[in-house]
Design a protein around this ligand. Structure first.
Ligand code: GDP
Ligand code: ZN
Length: 303
């Protein structure tokens, strides 16, 4: 008697257990046995999944069904059975890419790679240019202002003096965000200034996961006071450009996409070929040379 059926959001994965946020509060759930059949068990339920659960009289729960996913962030994970697709986060609204204006110098190759991955996976990116207090606004914009020009929003912030934090908080509110970026750029500090301890909690899980060779990886997303969640995805740092055909990369650079049909050769790789509209755009100052460099690296160096 008195089982309650409801829907909820998977906010934490531990071995065999799932925290599900519901209208009845946070319920610790197991997975219904029949869900396990025929598939690799641990990939059935992902962080961020919306699920249908049953809550028992003792307060425990069981996940009955995973509801259809919108966007997912996926990587290829090595397993004893070969590489398998692993959903790092389901139903996310954006990927937040944090870089510093200085200290450390912004690693634009990495930023462009993240942007291509976001395009490939169909998830809108948001770029954070942090440590604005260390440079002039002009210096910061010399580096980052090309991104809004090609359709990627940038927020300039300083965890040190609080600049841009209101805007950042507004952009995170009510959304599920995956956080990525090199270490030392201020991810922890930014989250801490938005909400006490938040950054430290996120960092702890992240470091634990990176150390956890023999322990079971815990995945968590953290609730924001203003609604929404953030998750740090250590796996995102190692996301390779798997599953991307070299010619496909053209399509993941918004400023290259419309030029391709103007190249003299329809199989142009936009490198040495005569009559290349992309190279001409760079020469004419219409495409950013740094972005072009990132393109060539991804296309030809496979790094
Ligand atoms: P994370 O590795 O990305 O989480 O970076 P942390 O938040 O740990 O920050 C790395 C270092 O940069 C720390 O010494 C912070 O105090 C410093 N830091 C973070 N944000 C800012 C900022 O906006 N301005 C300045 N000047 N320093 C910052
Ligand atoms: Zn070309």
């Amino acid at each position: 008697m008195s089982e309650i059926s409801c829907t909820g959001l998977v906010t934490c994965l531990r071995s065999g257990f799932f925290d599900v946020e519901t209208e009845q509060g946070k319920i610790s759930c197991r997975m219904r046995g029949r869900l396990k059949r025929g598939i690799i068990k641990r990939d059935i339920i992902a962080l961020g999944d919306r699920v249908q659960i049953l809550i028992f009289a003792d307060g425990s729960g069981v996940i009955e069904e995973v509801l259809p996913r919108d966007h997912t962030l996926v990587r290829m994970a090595p397993t004893p059975h070969g590489e398998v697709k692993q959903v790092l986060l389901a139903n996310l609204d954006q990927v937040v890419l944090v870089f510093a204006c200085a200290h450390p110098e912004p690693h634009l190759r990495m930023l462009d790679r993240f942007l291509v991955i976001s395009e490939k996976q169909g998830i809108p990116p948001l770029i954070i240019a942090n440590k604005l207090d260390l440079v002039t606004l002009k210096q910061a914009m010399d580096i980052f202002s090309i991104y809004p020009d090609i359709g990627y929003p940038v927020i300039y912030t300083s965890a040190e003096n609080g600049k841009g934090l209101k805007e950042l908080s507004k952009m995170l509110a009510g959304k599920v965000s995956a956080l990525a970026g090199p270490s030392g750029v201020g991810k922890t500090s930014l989250l801490n200034s938005l909400q006490p301890e938040l950054g430290l909690q996120v960092k702890e899980i992240s470091e634990w996961n990176q150390r956890g060779v023999h322990t079971t990886v815990v995945r968590r997303m953290f609730p924001l006071d203003g609604g929404g969640y953030v998750a740090d995805l250590p796996g995102l740092r190692s996301l390779a450009l798997w599953d991307v055909e070299m010619e496909e990369i053209d399509g993941y650079f918004p400023e290259i996409r419309p030029l391709v049909s103007e190249c003299q050769f329809n199989n142009c790789s936009h490198n040495e070929e005569p009559g290349c509209a992309v190279r001409k755009a760079v020469e004419d100052g219409k495409m950013n040379p740094e972005r072009y460099e990132s393109y060539l690296r991804m296309r030809f160096m496979d790094d």
